[in-house]
Design a protein around this ligand. Structure first.
Ligand code: B4P
Length: 181
């Protein structure tokens, strides 16, 4: 079982992931967390990613796919929850290929559906380094242009489950469990 959690920035992917990994015994692979760890460590990759993230743009597909490939190969057959990845069709194709090489595939894609107004409020309240108003506006635009096409991509593979992402964290988690069983 490999699960992808898909949703706009601030839709609650990280929040729901923390709950899902416990119950379903999944390895949490968050590309956002991996990038923030690189920034924290002051690595070359982190230095390159920092300003891109603060502006609310996407780090390049090559960097992200390289990072994820290393992790997947190290994990072997461990079931993974992919959080915030893939974010472009190129990343989704790359993931399918990486998993196919290991005779594996994505089993479920949970799409967290939250209106943009609510998302903006949540992110302004969170106040992370990349949560300025300009960055939020840009990230929502980037989501619509580059990540939303993944909804069709996974629908065509019959793997997409849309979950209403409005309500309390527990209410949303209840809906997620109805999908994953
Ligand atoms: P991410 O780290 O993936 O973060 P996110 O999309 O901003 O947030 P998430 O959806 O996880 O929301 P959260 O649970 O925190 O990305 C950050 C940046 O990294 C990207 O903009 C990009 O630059 C870069 N990046 C990452 N992956 C990449 C990739 N694959 N390719 C290229 N670039 C990549 O929730 C948000 C807030 O809402 C929190 O404060 C939370 O407490 C609150 N909240 C959650 N659920 C709630 C609820 N039900 N009700 C009210 N509030 C709620």
């Amino acid at each position: 079982m490999h699960v992808v959690i898909l949703g706009a920035p601030g839709s609650g992917k990280g929040t729901q992931s923390a709950k899902m990994i416990e119950k379903y015994n999944l390895h949490h692979l968050s590309t956002g967390d991996m990038l923030r760890a690189e920034i924290e460590a002051g690595s070359e990759l982190g230095l390159a990613a920092k300003s891109i993230m603060e502006q609310g743009n996407l780090v390049s597909d090559d960097i992200i796919l390289g990072m994820v490939a290393n992790k997947i190969n190290a994990l072997g057959s461990t079931a993974v929850l992919f959080d915030g990845f893939p974010r472009t069709v190129a990343q989704a194709e790359g993931l399918d290929k990486l998993l196919a090489d290991l005779d594996q595939s994505v089993s479920h894609v949970i799409q967290l559906d939250v209106p943009f107004d609510e998302i903006t409020e949540r992110m302004l309240a969170r106040g992370r380094a990349d949560d300025s108003e300009d960055s939020i506006r840009n990230r929502l635009q980037v989501f619509s242009n580059q990540t939303a096409p993944l909804i069709d991509y996974y629908e065509a593979q019959d793997k997409l489950f849309k979950v209403d992402g409005l309500g309390s964290v527990d209410e949303i988690y209840q809906r997620v469990q109805e999908v994953l069983g």
